[in-house]
Write a protein that binds this ligand. Structure first.
Ligand SMILES: *Cc1c(COP(=O)(O)O)cnc(C)c1O
Length: 349
């Protein structure tokens, strides 16, 4: 029996291409950000592909995300956790985990707890109120580092700028901080996320700390045509029904749904429980490379208005034009992808 399911296919070649492209074109190492289930792609799959290609350093937001990667049992991993760790005993003996010092007090706490500073990365806050050690604590920090003769795994900050000039100003500030604290104390230096990489060059950094770009995704307004999208959400038509005599399509009347003249409906096995939300209704999908409108998204299935050319087993692609879907749904790409649920099968191709 053929099960005509929908899956999130992950193109190994494209992921590796994006990593290599970023590394070569920018002349920096890449620290891939695999938080939020690797932006919905599937963290085990993405980490495994990168690991097989020689990547050993990864970054996540939370401890639970790092724990999930550790369970894969891979050797020589280094996983940076951005957010503060509530209970340091969780990480103390896990040599693979690198932790962030998000305030000056936290740094003292981490060192006092006995975590080697070579596993710590200092986060500097330029005043965006996210997290990081504040500029006003820099002098204390410098005195503390000097007194204890500390060398760190890394130092980083978040480059968020409303405009180009402001961005340059922050890069300048970051450079000054590095000089003040002593650049040689840090093995890794990183400042730019994906938008930062597309907008700015930054000499001092050793790594690009990127999520979006490695998955080949870009926000509206940024465009680098060398990047290749990694995911493809596709599968096969599970069945086609002639509903010309029916008043209803799945859970609604044709009238309510705005599909009064619909004759044929194709069903596919994906629904909002997979993270393919109802908001996708009235957007288009591709069947046999032709666009057809999505009528209803239910919990487990989605129904598409088709014509007589469409048959059970035909190839269906959702989100075939991600920027159109983003515009239709009024969401950003990060939101749409991180919503994809664990129930949806992932397959590396
Ligand atoms: C999520 C995150 C990133 C990655 O952001 P992209 O825009 O996907 O490149 C980088 N740094 C930090 C601190 C993050 O939280």
């Amino acid at each position: 029996m053929v099960i005509n399911s929908m899956k999130l296919y992950l193109k190994r070649e494209n992921l590796i291409h994006n990593m290599e492209y970023l590394r070569k074109s920018k002349g920096k190492e890449v620290l891939p950000v695999v938080k939020a289930n690797a932006y919905g792609h599937g963290v085990e799959e993405i980490v495994q592909i990168l690991y097989d290609n020689g990547q050993r350093e990864f970054a996540v937001a939370r401890y639970v995300e790092a724990e999930r990667i550790l369970k894969m049992g891979l050797k020589d991993l280094k996983i940076l956790i951005f957010e503060s760790i509530g209970d340091l005993s969780l990480v103390k003996d896990k040599e693979e985990l690198e932790i962030s010092a998000n305030t000056y007090e936290e740094l003292e706490k981490i060192i006092d707890f006995g975590v080697d500073s070579k596993r710590v990365q200092i986060k500097i806050d330029f005043g965006f109120g996210r997290n990081g050690i504040l500029i006003r604590d820099l002098q204390r920090l410098k005195e503390y580092i000097d007194k204890k003769q500390l060398n760190f795994r890394g130092i980083y900050s978040h480059l968020f700028a409303v405009n180009y000039e402001e961005g340059l100003e922050y890069i300048g500030k970051f450079h000054e901080i590095l000089r003040y604290l002593g650049k040689e104390r840090f093995q890794m230096i990183h400042l730019q996320n994906s938008a930062g990489v597309l907008n700015f060059d930054c000499e001092d950094v050793t790594h690009l700390r990127v999520g979006m770009l490695i998955y080949g995704l870009q926000e509206v307004g940024f465009y680098d045509e060398n990047l290749k999208q990694v995911f493809s959400l596709e599968g096969r038509v599970a069945g086609v029904r002639d509903i010309s005599e029916n008043r209803y399509i799945a859970y609604g009347t044709k009238e309510e749904l705005g599909f009064l003249s619909t004759k044929y409906i194709a069903k596919i096995k994906i629904g909002y429980a997979d993270g393919f939300l109802k908001i996708n209704e009235k957007s288009n999908c591709l069947i046999n490379n032709k666009e057809f409108p999505i009528v209803i998204v239910s919990m487990d299935n989605t129904f598409i208005e088709v014509d007589t050319s469409v048959k059970e087993g035909d190839r269906v692609v959702l989100y075939h034009d991600i920027s159109k879907s983003v515009a239709h749904n009024g969401m950003n790409i990060y939101e749409m992808l991180t919503l994809l649920s664990p129930r949806l099968e992932r397959e590396i191709i």
